[in-house]
Design a protein around this ligand. Structure first.
Ligand code: 3PG
Length: 400
């Protein structure tokens, strides 16, 4: 795909698809990474004298105007983060939006209203894409985290204007493509989370790509159950046991070593500060739940980490949001951070929960790359083609 280097920008109206779907309480944006990380693209375009028009969705208003989901509410957080004034237009298309773009001086930024107030956005509607295309001369997609959606602003619009990836999109793709397609090996993936059923496609794809696959979180219980362990009252998808055995067999055939917990931290209630203790896997009490990996598992993972060159992390190892069940995740995250700092590991992580867990562990700043994507990162790990990326590739093929 093309990048900003390939576009003729000066004095032109540039439609930039960004992802401003940030966690927010009222006017307070809790996590500003998605705003901060579009700075390079915006500054570069504005610096070249473009009229920068930002397009984004926020939340899931389902085609209705939902005032609490207006992008107006994050405007001041954006101005604070980016350190510049941003104009706002209460429409996303039509005469009001066209006038706002026309009135925008070169080098300035305009944010249009939540695209999902129009049902046509999620429908990838050609007419809506035409209406968006009338607002710009060129199109830049800087929203890797929305690239798994085939929506008008991520797909159809790219067919209508000269199109390129923004700097954040470029960085995201370089990091994720580098990690899975030409990594320094050994390559380890660490996949946690509650359910095998939601990450089945990720696990199936990764066993064919990585050298070692760590399975953690509630998912690990299903694998332990499938191997015949007694897991008491632990979260487990018993109907996924055959699938789990199949994944283990496929990993074996592909030469991927699966690393499951070798001990566990158990408790009889899931509450902050609940009494808990570590047990061997053959000693999980019938009335207890596995809520974290145990100290031997942590030691084993640290030893494995010391041997690998690349780590891709998605999902916590235990019920990290309720201490003390964050202990295993914190310890492994701290080790990955320290190996990265020492230049011995390339570490890439993605997913809202994962980034929150790494931040809580004090490990986030040391990771080589943190993706701003949640769902799109997972779909990438599933080996799926992302419509937003495919649209950029098609635009390049069309132009050359
Ligand atoms: C995200 O937050 O992962 C993206 O903004 C996509 O949001 P969506 O899941 O509502 O499409």
């Amino acid at each position: 795909f093309d990048t900003l280097d390939d576009l003729d920008i000066a004095g032109r109206r540039v439609l930039v698809r960004v992802d401003l779907n940030v966690p927010r309480d009222g006017a307070h944006v809790r996590e500003t990474a998605r705003i901060e990380r579009i700075r390079d693209t915006i500054e570069e375009l504005a610096g070249q004298g473009a009229k920068v028009v930002l397009l984004s969705h926020f939340d899931r208003p389902k085609g209705k105007v939902v005032p609490e989901m207006s992008l107006r509410h994050i405007l001041s957080a954006m101005e604070d983060c980016l350190g510049r004034r941003i104009a706002f237009c209460p429409e996303s298309v039509g005469p009001t939006a066209e006038e706002a773009v026309a009135a925008l001086p070169p080098g300035e930024i305009l944010l249009l209203e939540n695209l999902r107030f129009h049902a046509e956005e999620e429908a990838n509607d050609p007419g809506f894409a035409d209406a968006l295309a009338r607002l710009g001369d060129v199109y830049v997609n800087d929203a890797f985290s929305a690239a798994h959606r085939a929506h008008a602003s991520t797909a159809a619009l790219a067919e209508r204007l000269p199109a390129a990836a923004g700097r954040l999109m470029e960085a995201e793709l370089r990091a994720v493509i580098g990690a899975l397609e030409h990594p320094q090996r050994p390559l380890m993936a660490l996949v946690g989370g509650a359910k095998v059923s939601t990450k089945l496609a990720v696990l199936s794809h990764l066993v064919r790509k990585v050298d070692r696959l760590v399975i953690g979180g509630g998912m690990a219980n299903t694998f332990l159950y499938a191997q015949g362990h007694d897991i008491g009252r632990s979260l487990c998808e018993r109907d996924m046991a055959d699938t789990a055995r199949e994944i283990l067999a496929n990993a074996d055939a592909a030469g991927c070593r699966i690393l499951l917990p070798v001990d566990a931290v158990v408790a009889t209630e899931f509450a902050p500060g609940a009494a808990s203790h570590a047990v061997a896997l053959d000693a999980v009490p019938a009335d207890a739940m596995i809520l974290d990996i145990g100290p031997q598992s942590v030691a084993a993972l640290k030893a494995e980490l010391a041997e690998v060159k690349t780590l891709v992390w998605n999902g916590p190892l235990g019920a990290f949001e309720v201490p003390p069940f964050d202990t295993g995740t914190n310890a492994v995250a701290a080790e990955a951070a320290s190996l990265t700092r020492a230049g011995r590991l390339q570490s890439i992580a993605g997913g809202g929960d994962t980034l929150a867990a790494l931040a809580a562990a004090g490990a986030a700043d040391d990771f080589t790359y943190l993706s701003t994507a949640g769902g799109a990162f997972l779909e990438w790990l599933e080996g799926r083609e992302l419509p937003g990326i495919a649209a950029l590739a098609a635009a390049r093929a069309r132009n050359s």
